[in-house]
Design a protein around this ligand. Structure first.
Ligand code: FAD
Ligand code: SF4
Length: 334
């Protein structure tokens, strides 16, 4: 780990101003916000992240979880993953988010990890975390060691010839299925971005992972009101029952009316270079009865463009089965 300066932000404008001094908000940033530190400090110990300055945002008033006037929910960027998972409204109305959070990391980590930090956690690609190897995301132009290397955990959707890293988050898959909106405080004031537009696929610039610019502070996320009667499920498949990242996961929000699906959101984790929403699967299910054969057809559609690598071809079938099972659970509870 390299030496760095630690500054404490006491107001949101101070935090924005401090991080705006960074050359980038993406990989290679020389000023970083620090929230729970559970991802950033790991990366700094490995010299994958080498910020000269850390801006501690833990004193900012961004840790509340509160209902919005239009029946939705506002979750502060500093709300801890454990607190969000246990929140009564989240458990009752946004169960998919509670389930996703509880499936991630460990109780100790969830007590520290924040909503904003989870949104921005780095890939677990082993080469990204090993500075002795080539990695276009960490060091543009140095190659992708995972293509043809150890890629069992990596993505099959949204990949490019430059990067196949998976977005590792569970929370973000649930937020995708819930149509979350990210609220950002930046040098030009506040703006909002639907989570669907927040992440970038790697293309030829895998070092750019999201739409954040220098100074951009995630302040909170909002969730719209769920349609009355909608039910949601998060299913995570992994190598061991706890304390492990997803090989494949599914976040489903479903509502039925008179035996037909009249609201559906489908998102996947563990398989995409970003939390992956499948509009194809949603279109195939809307207006149809909630049957196993319709779920299977929608899962085929969701994985249609999958491009497996040398070690992760099994994820195509695994992700389909994960989707079908999660859809079945959501339909039974709906
Ligand atoms: C052993 C282990 C197992 C794990 N298992 C899982 C798992 O199964 N599933 C899962 O989803 N996650 C898992 N995680 C990841 C964990 O969820 C993240 O480390 C955590 O959510 C990051 O939150 P944080 O507040 O600690 O972020 P930090 O480490 O403080 O920050 C992470 C990044 O976010 C930026 N940042 C933080 N807050 C803001 C903000 N408000 N605005 C702008 N930028 C910000 C920081 O600058 C940094 O770049 C695991 C982590 C570990 C160490
Ligand atoms: S998959 Fe992406 S993160 Fe992993 S080595 Fe290749 S470029 Fe780096």
């Amino acid at each position: 780990m390299e030496l760095f300066e630690l500054v404490t932000a006491s107001t949101i404008p101070d935090a924005v101003k401090a991080q705006a001094r960074s050359s980038t908000a993406q990989n290679g940033a020389n000023v970083r916000f620090i929230a729970g530190g559970t991802n950033l400090i790991d990366c700094m110990k490995l010299n994958v992240e080498r910020p000269k300055e850390l801006v501690d945002i833990n004193g900012l008033p961004l840790d509340r979880i509160e209902k919005t006037a239009d029946g939705g929910l506002k979750i502060g960027a500093l709300a801890r993953n454990a607190d969000v998972a246990q929140d009564a409204t989240v458990r009752a109305q946004y169960a998919v988010l509670s389930q996703a959070l509880l499936s991630g990391a460990s109780p100790q980590l969830r007590n520290m990890a924040t909503t904003g930090g989870n949104l921005l956690q780095k890939t677990r690609c082993v080469y990204y975390r090993d500075i002795a190897t080539g990695c276009n995301k960490r060091e543009p132009g140095s190659g992708c060691s995972a293509i043809g290397g150890y890629n069992r955990m990596l993505a099959i959707l949204g990949t490019s010839e430059h990067c196949i890293a998976t977005n590792p988050s569970d929370q973000n898959v649930a937020l995708m299925a819930l149509d979350a909106v990210v609220h950002i405080e930046g040098v030009k004031g506040e703006r909002t971005v639907p989570i669907e537009e927040f992440y970038l696929v790697p293309g030829s610039t895998p070092q750019l992972e999201n739409i954040l610019q220098p100074g951009d502070l995630v302040a909170h996320v909002t969730l719209p009101k769920m349609p009355a009667g909608a039910k949601s499920v998060y299913l995570k498949l992994r190598d061991r029952a706890s304390y492990e990242f997803a090989l494949a996961s599914a976040a489903i929000v479903m509502k039925q009316n008179s035996g037909r699906i009249d609201f559906i959101r489908v998102a996947m984790g563990g398989v995409g270079t970003k939390p992956w929403r499948s509009v194809e699967a949603e279109k195939m299910l809307l207006g149809k009865p909630a049957t196993a054969s319709n779920f299977a057809a929608a899962a085929e559609g969701a994985l249609h463009g999958a491009k497996p690598q040398s070690q992760n071809g099994f994820k195509v079938e695994l992700a389909k089965r994960c989707l079908v099972h999660a859809m079945g659970q959501a339909s039974q509870s709906a």
